[in-house]
Design a protein around this ligand. Structure first.
Ligand SMILES: Cc1cc2nc3c(=O)[nH]c(=O)nc-3n(C[C@H](O)[C@H](O)[C@H](O)COP(=O)(O)OP(=O)(O)OC[C@H]3O[C@@H](n4cnc5c(N)ncnc54)[C@H](O)[C@@H]3O)c2cc1C
Length: 909
């Protein structure tokens, strides 16, 4: 026998969407308010039910397996486990002031519906209005006040659509309107929450007519729909009797987020700010979550053609509100772009990480612990299938479990509880407990860390037997630098140095490379590699935690220096493993060679302090230190300046890869002891492969069609993904603005110079892989035929050879431009932030081509700002090449300065 939805109700999995009411051919289902739960619940007349099972088939409560409902065509779209499928992400607001002001966020949903209605794309829209009870409602007489209820309607005019604006934070059985839609003629758009849309998709799966009737599905983000107790509790708290409410708007007011607006029958108006304690500030957010919402993994309405939410990114906020938009269906994207083109809406692209962090998606997707808790309490849970959407980000950490348990408890306490006075007390108690426990946890962690550090340090001071490494060749060098993280430009520097050193010293030289990833470094450079020292770096952040961490690093640093001094007297301290290993290797080495990386600055204090302590340790051991191919500074505070001065004064030679800037910064902080020299980047001398082989690789990457395109110019471009991390010192920054700029530049070179363009990545490090942002750029360009992006990974030799095949390059990565210059290819370096700018300006100055550095910072520059310099570079490419022919040979020689000095010092021994 087919099931009906009574089983779903019994299991407490009903979301109250109302779709079962609509699909029932016997009309034996209607809606009742369950006053205990504060939800709409279907009531089935079992005598009339023919057990056809249709209600069960469209029920979204019984399962959360979206895989079955995702359109096949979406499988070619981008996908992330926390987001599902998507083709475009943006912040946006309507340019229609009335709609914008009246909307919950940016008024986008309504603007889109109105536009589609005006263009006759739809004949009406299913939207939701406040102040009316649902059509198929059984216990109508038991309802306190219809002003507090909402129902779905079919809006056929602009006015009706606009009147339905704003979010309704109470249960709305939107699906009950579908029975009316069945008998209507025309095409409709549907606006609903994730569960409403899940139900509609299920219906469409079994009835293609419903797909024809409703070809457009607009979803709202939803973390939960508070049950009726939420609003009632708020009214109780504000001493407003239910019967006195004339009208209620959950999101009124002109300001972003706005306030709840309660119009009383005596004409008085009460305004409750959105983030008040009894509204979304605490109670709506932490309590009153229906059981099924607790188990829902879908915040973004993953099955909607397009979804909308508030803007929680903290940026690009319009005073009247901004929406976050996730587009999936191409036809929806086309409409949105058309509206943008016509100036109806204002769009601002965002990247995936911004969406995930701003909407706290990783948290919503923590279904595993929630399900576990329900299992423990013997509560039924929906069928998740393989939870295709969110499977990758389930964590099993203890804290996630505790958080899930707290939420479960709060739901339990508030869902069946009409004693609002008690709930108020419970809410306040939870609020207090949360605040106190958060503070207590923070203090506990700090104390624990301090105790752990003291204990570790005492442990490190234990004397041990000597385990100094033996020297295997005549000369031994410790090499350190900014390599080891799949940034091929950074790997090119030690690579070139190793080749040049071996050419002079042959097998007599043993190199030990310090690396964050010794396995990768050993594989890449075929030299022995050991783990670089940890614990010595300072934090780039501020605040008590960071400062305490810095004190800890300083103590470890002094202990490392103490151990170095004692080792000269034959006393060996245990230290921590990486430090002991490095010290053992240093004691038996002849020289320390620090190649590459612009790590000596305040922007990456992790590296400045780590490297500095090693220089000081080398000085104690009387080992010469050569610091080759550096960009030094800027130093932003007294401690960094003082430390950098002390460390740099202990090295033998400092070579720079810019003209005067680094040298000047060293002089400013009082560095006078080492020999200092404006040289060039060590990677200048990396060898190349045969042109024919390089061409074959290029063909493989770009395909025959691109290769055979007629063009007057070939351009290689690159965008530095790691800016994401550098921009905000460790936190992910949104780079969509820069992606747009790069896309516009790429389109302009195609349009104005008949060019073909390829984006070539040089960093493959997970999280900051250039290829991810290159793909975002490609998504934005108009000339998709002419503009391609590399997918493969290549080493420095191949990358340099490939870049050498192009007429010009435009890049935001320093080594991308170094490779170009050393291949005599004209370049335009376009950077963001003072550190990147120093490097790219340095390269341009050294080549005597200062115009090849684009002066405007990418973060703020518009296309109009940067284009004149890029255009100049392309127009003058022949002259630039002539200049490179003159300057590059001498730069290549200069780049060997550090290597030659190291070899000289070793041979002198
Ligand atoms: C219960 C609920 C929870 C939400 N949770 C989040 C969240 O956690 N994070 C987030 O960023 N955004 C959330 N939103 C979405 C957000 O509040 C806005 O609705 C969304 O940004 C659209 O704003 P807009 O200005 O573009 O829409 P508007 O132009 O104001 O249009 C809103 C449309 O949604 C319809 N609608 C309103 N309420 C409902 C409802 N309950 N059921 C079905 N349709 C409805 C209206 O009829 C109207 O057509 C939630 C919305 C709701 C209703």
């Amino acid at each position: 026998m087919n099931k009906n939805i009574s089983i779903v109700v019994k299991q407490d999995l009903c979301v109250g969407c109302g779709t079962c009411v609509s699909i029932c051919p016997e009309q034996c289902i209607c809606l009742c308010i369950d006053h205990r739960k504060g939800l709409w619940i279907p009531h089935i007349d079992e005598n009339k039910c023919k057990s056809c099972g249709l209600c069960f088939k469209v029920c979204p409560g019984i399962d959360a397996d979206y895989t079955r409902s995702i359109p096949r065509e979406w499988h070619s779209l981008s996908h992330h486990p926390a987001v599902g499928f998507y083709s475009y992400l943006a912040l946006a607001f309507s340019q229609n002031e009335n709609i914008h002001t009246n909307g919950a966020s940016g008024g986008l949903v309504t603007d889109l519906l109105v536009y589609m209605l005006q263009k006759h794309i739809i004949d009406g829209a299913i939207v939701t209005i406040m102040g009316e009870s649902p059509q198929y409602c059984k216990n109508r007489e038991e309802l306190d006040n219809p002003a507090l209820l909402a129902r779905a309607v079919i809006a056929r005019s602009e006015d009706e659509i606009i009147r339905s604006q704003k979010s309704k934070y109470c249960p709305v059985p939107v699906g009950e309107i579908l029975s009316s839609v069945k008998s209507e003629t025309g095409r409709f758009a549907f606006v609903g929450l994730p569960c409403h849309i899940h139900a509609l998709r299920k219906w469409q799966n079994i009835d293609s007519k419903m797909s024809e009737k409703i070809p457009y599905c607009l979803g709202l983000f939803c973390s939960r729909t508070p049950n009726f107790h939420a609003t009632r509790h708020l009214l109780y708290n504000r001493k407003i009797a239910l019967k006195d409410v004339e009208h209620l708007d959950y999101r009124a007011g002109e300001k972003n987020l706005g306030h709840m607006n309660i119009k009383l029958k005596d004409e008085k108006i009460k305004e409750i700010p959105h983030l008040s304690f009894d509204y979304w500030g605490y109670m709506f957010f932490k309590f009153f979550m229906p059981y099924r919402c607790y188990l829902c993994p879908d915040k973004l309405a993953a099955l909607a053609d397009i979804s909308f939410g508030d803007n929680w990114t903290g940026s690009w906020d319009h005073p009247l509100g901004t929406s976050t938009v996730v587009v999936r269906e191409p036809k929806m994207l086309a409409i949105l772009q058309e509206m943008n083109h016509k100036g109806n809406v204002c769009l601002h692209d965002i990247d995936l990480q911004t969406l995930i962090s701003s909407q706290d998606l990783a948290n919503k997707a923590q279904i595993a612990p929630r399900k576990k808790i329900c299992d423990i309490f013997g509560k039924p849970t929906p069928e998740y299938g393989n939870l295709h959407l969110y499977s990758d980000i389930r964590t099993k950490s203890f804290m996630t479990f505790v958080k899930a348990l707290m939420l479960f408890t709060r739901c339990k306490l508030s869902n069946n509880n009409k004693n609002y006075c008690l709930l108020n007390l419970i809410g306040k108690l939870f609020f207090m407990i949360e605040r106190i426990s958060a503070k207590a946890m923070r203090t506990f962690h700090v104390v624990l860390n301090i105790l752990k550090t003291i204990f570790n340090m005492l442990f490190c001071l234990i004397p041990v037997k000597s385990s100094v490494s033996l020297k295997k060749s005549k000369y031994k060098m410790i090499m350190m630098g900014g390599y080891g993280s799949k940034d091929i430009g950074d790997e090119a520097m030690p690579h070139a140095d190793i080749l040049n050193l071996k050419e002079i010293l042959g097998d007599e030289l043993e190199i030990v490379m310090l690396s964050p990833d010794p396995t990768y470094t050993q594989k890449t450079h075929k030299e022995r590699s050991i783990k670089d020292i940890d614990y010595l770096g300072f934090s780039p952040n501020s605040g008590i935690r960071a400062n305490l961490g810095n004190v800890r690093s300083a103590l470890y640093g002094f202990m490392f220096l103490l151990a170095t001094s004692l080792s000269k007297k034959g006393i060996h301290l245990k230290l921590w493993p990486a430090a002991r290993n490095v010290l053992n290797e240093m004691i038996s080495s002849d020289i320390i060679f620090n190649v590459g990386g612009g790590n000596l600055n305040s922007i990456i204090p992790q590296e400045l302090y780590k490297k500095g302590f090693i220089y000081l340790s080398a000085k104690i051991l009387h080992k010469p230190v050569i610091v080759s191919g550096q960009t030094i500074g800027p130093f932003e505070n007294t401690i960094d300046r003082f430390f950098a001065k002390a460390c740099l004064n202990s090295v033998r030679l400092l070579t720079f890869r810019d003209k005067e800037i680094s040298h000047q910064r060293c002089r400013e902080i009082g560095v006078t002891m080492p020999k200092m020299y404006d040289a060039a980047d060590d990677a200048m001398t990396i060898p190349v492969i045969e042109k024919k082989t390089a061409k074959e690789i290029l063909l493989k990457e770009v395909g025959k069609k691109w290769h055979e395109l007629e063009s007057e110019l070939t351009v290689a471009m690159n965008f530095k993904s790691s800016l994401r991390l550098f921009r905000r010192r460790g936190e992910f920054a949104d780079l969509s603005r820069e992606c747009q700029l790069m896309a516009e530049i790429a389109d302009a070179v195609v349009d104005r110079f008949k060019a073909k363009v390829v984006f070539i990545p040089t960093d493959y490090c997970s999280g900051v892989d250039d290829r991810e942002l290159h793909q975002e750029i490609i998504n934005r360009v108009k000339n998709k035929k002419n503009i391609k992006a590399f997918a493969g990974e290549y080493d420095d030799i191949i990358l340099k050879s490939l870049i050498g095949l192009f007429d010009v390059v435009i890049g935001s990565r320093y080594h991308f431009c170094v490779f170009a210059a050393s291949m005599l290819v004209p370049f335009a370096g376009i950077a963001s932030g003072i550190y990147q700018q120093t490097k790219l300006k340095g390269l341009a100055d050294l080549c005597d081509l200062s115009q090849c550095f684009v002066k405007n910072d990418m973060e703020f520059a518009t296309f109009e700002d940067v284009w004149p310099q890029i255009e100049w570079m392309i127009n003058n490419r022949d002259n630039i090449q002539e200049k490179l022919k003159k300057t590059v040979p001498s730069l290549k020689k200069k780049s060997l300065y550090g290597v030659k000095e190291a070899a000289r010092l070793l041979q002198q021994k």
